[in-house]
Design a protein around this ligand. Structure first.
Ligand code: AWU
Length: 442
C-alpha cells in the first residue's frame, strides 16, 4: 500500500470479476493504463492472485494488489474463487459473494494515505461497486469485455416494451446490472470504432446520455510474460515444439471453447470423429468438467482410442492451454471457436480463419457480427447442446486450411484495421490516452 504514497500519479482501484473472459481483458486494460503512468491497486482473492502475476511483474512500481479473502457464500462451493470451475448459472452467486467485500474495501480506502480517485470494474458483473463508489465519493467506470452491437442488442431488449416476449422480463439481476451500467460514470469497451461505429453511436444516443464511452479495443494481450490466465496444463515448450514440427504454415486447426464450456459426451464423440475424418493437423483443448453441478456422463471425456488414432497429427491438451501463443504460431491457420469475444479477437489478430460455433451468452451476437455482417468467419454449428454433423464438420475443417476462402481475405483486412487502431494515432490508442486524461483531470 505504501509505495503510492506521496506520488503525484493518478491512483485507481481495479476490481475484476473472476472469470477468465472478464479478468484477462481487464488485466490487458490495466497494463495499458500503467504504461500511461496510472498507479493501480487491483483487488484479488488468494486463488486468483496467480492470474495477476504477469501484470504485477511487468509493473512492479505502479501496480499493487489489495488481497482480501474470498467471502463465503452458501451457493458457491468451498474453495472455488473463479468461474472457470463453475457453470455459467453461478455468475450471480460469485457476484453476491464478492459484494461482501464492500466493507473491507471501505476500511482499506479510509486508511490509505493516497486513496484511489476512481474504480474500474466489470460493467455487468460487479454492480455492487456502484454504491461502493458513491459511498467513497469517487467515480465508477464500467468495463465491458464485449462489443457495442452486443450491448445495443441486449439493452434494446431489456428496455423494450415487449411484454411477455421480453427475454429479460423477470430477471431482476440482469435489470439491476443494466441499471448499474447506465448509472456509472463512463463505459470502457473492448472494441474499436471502425468495427462498431453505428452501435457505439446508438449506445450513446439511446442509452447513455452524457456518459463518455471509450472504445479501446482490441486490447492486446501482454507480450513477453507467458502464463496468460494460469499455467498451461501441458508445458508451453512442448506445445510450441509440436507446432514447430509442423512444416507447413497455416496448416493446423486450433479447437478451443474458452474457459466456460465443457462439451457433452456426444458432442465430444462427434468432434473427435470430425477431426479424425478431416485428416487435418490440430490442437484440441478439452476443458475439465466443472464443479458445483452434476457432471453428465462422459462430459469432457476424449473418446477412447482417439489419441492413438491421431498420434502425430493431433495434440489434445486437457485443462488450460497457452491459447494466445498457439494462435500466434505460424503453423496455425484456423480456429474452431465458441466465439467468446476475447477468443474471437485473439483469433482475428493472429490472422486465423474463425470457424464459429456460438454456444451461449454473447457468442450469438459475436457470430452475427463476424459471420453475417463482416463476412470474416464461417458459421459451422450453433447452440450449447447441439451435436454437429461430423461428416460436414470434417469437410469444413479440411477446407478451412486448404482453400482460399474469401472470408480469410476479409479477416486479414479486418486484422489490419484492428491493429492500426492500436498504433499511435489509431482510434483505440487515442481513446486510451483520452481515458487516462479523464482520470488525471479528476
Ligand atoms: P473468451 O472470450 O473465450 O471468454 P469465455 O472463456 O468464453 O468466457 C466473455 O467471457 C465472453 O464473451 C462470454 O461469452 C463468456 C466468457 N484462454 C486460455 O488462455 N487458455 C485456455 O485454455 C482457454 C482460454 C484464454 C483466452 C481468452 C480467455 C477466454 C467475455 O463466454 O485466450 O483470453 O481465456 O476468453
Amino acid at each position: 500500500m505504501t509505495s503510492f504514497t506521496n506520488k503525484k500519479k493518478t491512483h485507481i482501484l481495479v476490481i475484476p470479476y473472476p472469470a477468465q473472459g472478464h479478468m484477462l481483458p481487464l488485466m490487458d486494460l490495466s497494463n495499458q493504463l500503467a504504461i500511461r503512468g496510472v498507479a493501480i491497486t487491483i483487488l484479488a482473492t488468494p486463488k486468483n492472485l496467480p492470474i495477476l502475476d504477469p501484470l504485477l511483474s511487468s509493473h512492479p512500481h505502479s501496480i499493487e494488489t489489495l488481497l482480501l479473502p474470498f467471502p463465503q457464500h452458501p451457493s458457491v462451493p468451498a474453495g472455488v474463487e473463479n468461474m472457470q470451475e463453475l457453470p455459467i448459472s453461478f455468475l450471480l452467486h460469485i457476484l453476491s459473494a464478492l459484494a461482501k467485500l464492500h466493507d473491507p474495501i471501505l476500511a482499506w480506502f479510509h486508511s490509505h494515505p493516497s486513496p484511489p480517485t476512481a474504480i474500474i470494474s466489470d460493467s455487468f458483473l460487479s454492480t455492487w461497486t456502484c454504491p461502493l463508489a458513491r459511498r467513497l465519493g469517487i467515480r465508477r467506470l464500467g468495463f465491458a469485455p464485449v462489443h457495442a452491437s452486443t450491448l445495443s442488442a441486449w439493452w434494446g431488449e431489456i428496455e423494450s416494451n415487449n411484454g411477455d416476449q421480453n427475454i429479460f422480463k423477470g430477471h431482476k439481476d440482469i435489470l439491476e446490472s443494466h441499471a448499474a451500467t447506465k448509472a456509472s460514470d463512463g463505459l470502457i469497451l473492448n472494441t474499436l470504432e471502425d468495427l462498431d461505429r453505428g452501435s457505439l453511436d446508438h449506445l450513446k444516443a439511446t442509452f447513455l446520455g452524457q456518459q463518455p464511452i471509450w472504445a479501446v479495443g482490441p486490447l492486446l494481450p501482454m507480450v513477453g510474460p507467458t502464463k496468460r490466465g494460469g499455467d498451461s496444463s501441458m508445458p508451453e515448450e512442448v506445445v510450441m515444439a509440436w507446432l514447430d514440427s509442423c512444416h507447413m504454415d497455416k496448416s493446423v486447426v486450433y479447437v478451443g471453447f474458452g474457459s466456460q464450456v465443457t462439451l457433452t459426451g456426444i458432442q465430444m464423440e462427434a468432434l473427435a470423429d470430425a477431426l479424425d475424418r478431416s485428416r487435418v493437423r490440430f490442437i484440441w483443448v478439452v476443458k475439465d468438467p466443472m464443479r458445483g453441478v452434476q457432471v453428465a456422463s462422459n462430459q469432457g471425456v476424449v473418446p477412447l482410442g482417439f489419441e492413438d488414432r491421431v498420434a502425430g497429427r493431433g495434440l489434445v491438451i486437457r485443462g488450460w492451454a497457452p491459447q494466445v501463443a498457439i494462435l500466434g504460431h505460424r503453423a496455425v491457420g484456423s480456429y474452431l471457436s465458441h466465439c467468446g469475444w476475447n477468443s474471437a479477437l485473439e483469433g482475428l489478430l493472429a490472422g486465423t480463419l474463425l470457424l464459429a460455433w456460438p454456444m451461449q451468452a454473447d457468442h450469438f451476437e459475436n457470430a452475427k457480427l463476424l459471420v453475417d455482417k463482416l463476412g470474416v468467419a464461417i458459421r459451422v454449428c450453433e447452440g450449447l447442446d447441439t451435436v454437429p454433423d461430423s461428416v460436414n464438420l470434417a469437410k469444413v475443417l479440411a477446407e478451412s486450411i486448404s482453400s482460399t476462402r474469401h472470408e480469410r481475405a476479409q479477416a486479414m483486412e479486418l486484422r489490419k484495421v484492428a491493429l492500426d487502431a492500436t498504433k499511435p494515432c489509431g482510434s483505440s490508442y487515442v481513446a486510451l490516452d483520452e481515458l487516462v486524461n479523464d482520470l488525471d483531470d479528476r
